[in-house]
Write a protein that binds this ligand. Structure first.
Ligand SMILES: [Zn+2]
Length: 268
């Protein structure tokens, strides 16, 4: 039972805290534990995307917290293939770690934060530097769907050029303003190329965001090969064909492939 003395002490402490420093995210308690199945999928996504060469020593994946819609979870700053559940940190949309416990965050966590803030439908985000995609961010050649597995590209992929808004930078989306500009360029699409840098891919689940990342990379490589043949015009999916595939259930939510990818990624 709380005594008058301890009650007064608590009141003083709370009052002092309120006056001296507004409650920051670091002082807020972490959300209730996320679904262990989602945590398992998030850790698997890091390994899967590394094994598919979508991520290398850099890049990251996140998920919106299933118990707290204004929070998201991603790894501490670490090479993707090495990520375990113990490396995951919860963040608010200002990029503040809720439970860092001394662990360093990725500098580009603002990509994820501002996309979750802007897009309530998004439950998972991938940021990658896949080399296959870079040419489509630095030339006037648009990335378009060349085969059915990449129907989520639809009528094209927007390109975010950080220089247009921020001038000369180190190219990294390392604060909220840059994250907001990227989210604006993404709009309602499934992915956005980042000029001279990489890509951000989103989805309504971890398997879908990861699956889109894998097939976006494959589509870029196939499109480059098709164009390199130089024998004539490339026939892309018509936006109506792409839409019909999406309406039919995009690649069946990647469920079949996801189980395979997880099994492959769990092998040493
Ligand atoms: Zn990056």
């Amino acid at each position: 039972m709380m005594t008058r003395r301890t009650f007064l002490s608590a009141s003083v402490l709370l009052g002092a805290a309120a006056v001296s420093a507004p409650m920051s995210a670091q002082q807020q308690p972490a959300s209730a534990a996320a679904d262990p199945k989602l945590i398992e999928d998030l850790v698997a996504a890091y390994r899967i995307l590394a094994r598919h060469d979508v991520l290398d020593g850099f890049g990251h994946v996140s998920m919106r917290h299933d118990r707290s819609a204004n929070r998201f979870i991603m790894s501490r700053s670490l090479a993707p293939e090495l990520v375990t559940a113990g490396d995951l940190i919860e963040f608010d949309f200002d990029g503040n770690a809720v439970d860092a416990r001394g662990r360093a965050p990725y500098s580009e966590r603002f990509i994820h934060a501002e996309i979750y803030r802007a897009r309530p439908d998004v439950k998972a985000v991938v940021h990658a530097h896949a080399p296959s995609l870079i040419p489509y961010g630095v030339t006037t050649v648009p990335l378009r769907p060349v085969y059915h597995m990449a129907s989520f590209i639809g009528d094209g992929v927007p390109v975010f050029d950080i220089r247009k808004t921020f001038g000369m930078t180190d190219m990294l989306v390392s604060d909220s303003a840059k994250g907001r500009a990227l989210a604006l360029a993404l709009g309602g699409k499934t992915c956005v190329l980042m000029r001279g840098h990489g890509v951000a891919v989103v989805g309504p689940s971890i398997p879908i965001a990861a699956g889109r990342s894998i097939y976006l990379d494959m589509n870029a490589r196939i499109q480059t090969q098709a164009m390199a043949l130089g024998g004539g015009k490339v026939t892309y999916l018509d936006p109506q064909e792409a839409q019909k595939m999406m309406d039919a259930g995009e690649n069946r939510g990647y469920e079949r492939a996801w189980e395979l990818w997880k099994a492959q990624a769990s092998r040493p």
